[in-house]
Design a binder for this molecule. Structure first.
Ligand SMILES: *[C@@H]1O[C@H](CO)[C@@H](O)[C@H](O)[C@H]1NC(C)=O
Ligand SMILES: *[C@@H]1O[C@H](CO)[C@@H](O)[C@H](O)[C@H]1NC(C)=O
Ligand SMILES: *[C@@H]1O[C@H](CO)[C@@H](O)[C@H](O)[C@H]1NC(C)=O
Ligand SMILES: *[C@@H]1O[C@H](CO)[C@@H](O)[C@H](O)[C@H]1NC(C)=O
Ligand SMILES: *[C@@H]1O[C@H](CO)[C@@H](O)[C@H](O)[C@H]1NC(C)=O
Ligand SMILES: *[C@@H]1O[C@H](CO)[C@@H](O)[C@H](O)[C@H]1NC(C)=O
Length: 456
């Protein structure tokens, strides 16, 4: 029970979070007074005078809106209630209007309640309003009327159209009239970015300015920069302003090609990928600094150069050039027409990834990779590094030569040993007698030893 009690006491201090099922029937008086509206006097038996106290609440209203000011008395013995404004002018005394201001109207008047409304509220209406109960002595309660200043629609300044790439620009977004000061957030295509905020007070309201310094890049072309004004008076529909950047930049050119190892007789397409604003068009193709030599086989279509059937005479440097009023850019492609391999690999593998003779060189069997149908990506060879390939090749050659030597040596020894045995046998067979056989055998033996020494 003790921990439960502790939890409940802490929950009473923080009434929003109470996870226990049990509550004291009457919270301690000290806590009750903390929880009640500080602008209203304590109620209940401790307060005395049978609860004849006016109870009011603070009111917050947006500029231009209507504020209802309510004053209540729980037990009233027919004593009048009165509302007065921050300047101590009486607005209503019971149901009697006291101040000539047609924005102020009576909503409800009874012994228990006096409610008035103030419409078209301005910032000047803000302040402490007093409800008085004319007992002896007079009892009062004060309610604060807070008026929120609505920020004006923002405007983005500092943008020229178009902007040149590399220019430094400062976008500023200003909104005035907010109270309290509004918040300004910047977004680059929905993604939030940080601006520098500056707040100045002007009278009761604030002017908020946020600036964004940018060095314009080509990637900013077509990008929307949004300044969003957030404020309590705007609830969930913030004001915003958006500007779309138009960035002008000189073209940048790049050539893409359809084949990594163009071979004689093949088709080759080069594309001049040029980006620039304003768009550079058309592009200009040249070969080795001059015009394209063979108009029949070399077809220019828009940004593309198509060579229908490659010939070794097509070797050379191809250049494409694009320009707009901001500048000119070019890119080069060095064409090297490869031989058609003498033995054709399976047709499906040939066009995009033909093997180079270099790979065949490392094959210890001396057959061309292309012929065996093994297709290796030349880029993969490059990635593995020339050192590895070289070492592999050397090792393969050394192993191959060593194997050959061992085989040749083995064969030679085997053949010689056979001869020796045959001679010995022959010597024994051919000899007419044992002596001759021994002589023959000895002679052969000596001869074999000589040979052995020679070999060792
Ligand atoms: C003020 O009181 C009137 C009458 O009860 C009601 O119609 C109106 O909605 C109230 N206005 C506000 C802002 O509470
Ligand atoms: C309060 O006023 C009502 C009529 O408005 C009257 O009937 C009642 O007796 C009065 N009460 C007191 C305590 O004066
Ligand atoms: C009412 O507003 C006044 C002035 O802003 C403040 O001091 C007081 O605490 C507020 N009362 C309540 C119950 O919010
Ligand atoms: C704020 O005040 C300073 C100094 O008076 C001025 O330089 C600046 O421009 C003002 N900023 C705004 C947002 O009004
Ligand atoms: C390449 O061009 C030369 C000269 O123009 C021509 O003689 C030759 O037949 C061509 N080769 C091929 C494969 O088209
Ligand atoms: C073109 O390059 C190839 C490489 O495959 C070379 O054999 C040929 O001699 C070159 N032709 C000219 C005209 O440079």
């Amino acid at each position: 029970m003790a921990p439960l009690l502790a939890a409940c006491v802490s929950a009473w201090r923080n009434p929003v979070v109470c996870d226990c099922g049990w509550r004291p029937a009457h919270p301690p008086a000290r806590l009750a007074s903390l929880r009640s509206d500080p602008t209203s006097p304590p109620s209940g038996p401790l307060a005395g005078n049978q609860g004849q106290f006016p109870i009011v609440h603070n009111v917050t209203v947006t500029e231009g809106g209507t504020a209802n000011m309510t004053c209540r008395v729980e037990h009233n013995d027919n004593t009048s209630l009165q509302w007065s404004n921050p300047a101590q002018q009486t607005l209503f005394f019971g149901d009697k209007k006291a101040l000539r201001d047609n924005r102020i109207e009576l909503v409800r008047a009874s012994w228990q309640e006096l409610t008035i409304s103030i419409s078209e509220v301005t910032l000047q209406d803000e302040g402490l309003y007093t409800c008085s109960l004319f007992t002896m002595p007079i009892k009062t309660a004060k309610a604060y009327l807070t008026v929120l200043g609505v920020p004006e629609k923002p405007q983005i300044d500092g943008l020229t159209k178009p902007v040149m790439e590399g220019d430094h620009i400062t976008l500023t977004c200003v909104t005035s009239g907010s109270k309290p000061a509004a918040d300004i957030r910047w977004f680059r295509n929905e993604k939030e970015i940080k601006g520098a905020k500056e707040v100045n007070a002007s009278g009761k309201t604030f002017t908020v300015r946020s600036s964004l310094q940018l060095q314009v890049d080509r990637s900013d072309d077509g990008v929307a920069y949004t300044c969003r004004v957030e404020h309590v008076a705007l609830a969930s529909s913030p004001h915003q302003a958006t500007e779309v950047l138009e960035v002008h930049y000189a073209p940048r050119v790049e050539i893409t090609h359809s084949s990594v190892f163009p071979q004689e007789g093949q088709f080759l397409k080069l594309e001049c990928v040029s980006k620039g604003n304003p768009s550079p068009d058309p592009v200009l193709w040249t070969k080795d600094g001059g015009e394209l030599p063979d108009i029949d086989r070399m077809i220019v279509e828009g940004r593309e150069l198509i060579i229908t059937s490659l010939n070794k005479t097509d070797n050379g440097t191809y250049r494409c050039e694009a320009s707009n009023h901001l500048g000119t850019s070019s890119a080069e492609y060095v064409l090297y027409v490869y031989d058609v391999p003498t033995t054709m690999p399976p047709s499906s593998a040939l066009p995009t990834q033909p093997t180079t003779p270099d790979i065949a060189f490392f094959d210890p069997h001396g057959t061309k990779s292309a012929a065996t149908g093994v297709v290796r990506d030349p880029n993969a060879l490059e990635q593995s590094g020339p050192d590895h390939a070289l070492i592999g090749g050397v090792v393969a050659v050394v192993v191959f030569v060593t194997l050959c030597l061992i085989i040749v040596l083995g064969r030679y020894l085997a053949r010689h040993k056979g001869t020796y045995l045959t001679n010995e046998a022959k010597g024994a067979d051919d000899a007419p007698d044992a002596d001759t056989a021994i002589i023959n055998a000895e002679g052969n033996h000596a001869h074999a030893e000589e040979k052995k020494e020679y070999f060792i």
